[in-house]
Design a protein around this ligand. Sequence first.
Ligand SMILES: [Zn+2]
Length: 84
Amino acid sequence: MQFSDMPNAPPRRAIAGAPRPWLTRLDGECAFPVDGGGLTVRACCNPCGKAVYCPPHAAIMRGPPALPTAELELEIIRFLERRR
Ligand SMILES: [Zn+2]
């Protein structure tokens, strides 16, 4: 499976300035995979300092904001009630 095959995959290349093979990344370069698969995976490689990902890719990796606990419990209860 290639990263581009993932459903709802974000536009990875739009952020990456000059992606390179993932294994050639240097310290301080973003590790976010932009395309390819297996040994041909290319990483974003944008400068990211001591972080693993550059800021736009870090935002993607964090995902949507988490629900407050009480709201999450209600979502779980609603989900379980629909399964009956
Ligand atoms: Zn990046």
